[in-house]
Write a protein that binds this ligand. Structure first.
Ligand SMILES: [Zn+2]
Ligand SMILES: [Zn+2]
Length: 243
């Protein structure tokens, strides 16, 4: 079982992330290849744990699953609650999936929780104020609280163009990608996993200068990201229901 530590909210922030993120920057930068060279990381930016009422993955299951799936890490993005139990191994990014009144938006690396029920524009601005990166997730999706990004007057840092849980993904993923290309926004992918078995079904390849949270957030902002992944199998959906 991987070790889990509780992180306290800090009162000060760096330029790009919270003190909480700084606390996570503890791993040796063993794979940095020298000045000017970037390191490629494989990260699932959308994972739920038992802090979400509809999810079954315990925080201590995250690191073993990452290792099984050859992931360098992931983002914990529970519904309307900021991750407080963050495994100390690998690169685990504290995040939150906010229920804006217009649809779901993820904040990565925020220093505090973002209230639900704000407009999408206000939610994006609040994530920015809290030092985080905003990602519009599963846009255009059917049967879920999904944002139509065309209503936005404030652009997010990125658009999630691959979400493994999307229904009719051949339609929604394409629409998301078209919007992101038109607005020249970075494109990310995430599994939207609610059970351990689906972690890593989608992931983002991120080019970073260093193996830490601040570098990952900067890489998203700078568009040094490439989305990859596939949709759930029917059996994945059944497995979640019968848990
Ligand atoms: Zn969602
Ligand atoms: Zn989600």
């Amino acid at each position: 079982m991987g070790s889990v530590r509780n992180l306290e909210l800090g009162s000060s922030q760096c330029n790009h992330c919270s003190t909480r993120c700084q606390l996570r920057i503890s791993e040796p930068d063993s794979k940095k290849y020298g000045a000017g060279q970037l390191l490629k990381l494989k990260l699932d930016f959308h994972v739920h744990t038992t802090a979400s009422s509809d999810a079954h993955t315990r925080p201590d299951e995250l690191v073993p699953r990452c290792k099984e799936r050859d992931l360098d890490g992931l983002a914990i993005t529970d519904h309307n609650v900021l991750a407080r139990e963050v495994p100390s191994e690998l690169l685990i990014i504290p995040g939150i999936e906010v229920s804006s009144r217009d649809g779901h938006i993820i904040g990565l690396g925020v220093s505090d929780a973002v209230p639900r029920g704000l407009s999408a524009d206000e939610t994006i601005l609040q994530i920015k104020r809290l030092g985080g990166v905003s990602i519009v997730v599963h846009p255009y999706d059917f049967l879920r609280s999904a944002l139509n990004p065309e209503i936005l007057t404030t652009m997010p840092d990125a658009i999630e163009v691959i979400n493994s849980a999307s229904m009719l993904h051949s339609i929604t993923w394409k629409r998301a990608r078209t919007f992101a290309e038109k607005r020249r926004l970075p494109q990310t992918a995430g599994s939207d996993s609610h059970i351990p078995e689906t972690i890593g079904k989608a992931y983002t390849i991120v080019d970073v200068e260093s193996r830490n949270v601040a570098s990952v957030l900067d890489a998203i902002r700078n568009g040094q990201v490439a989305p990859e992944g596939r949709p759930y199998h029917f059996s994945d959906r059944i497995r979640k229901i019968i848990r």
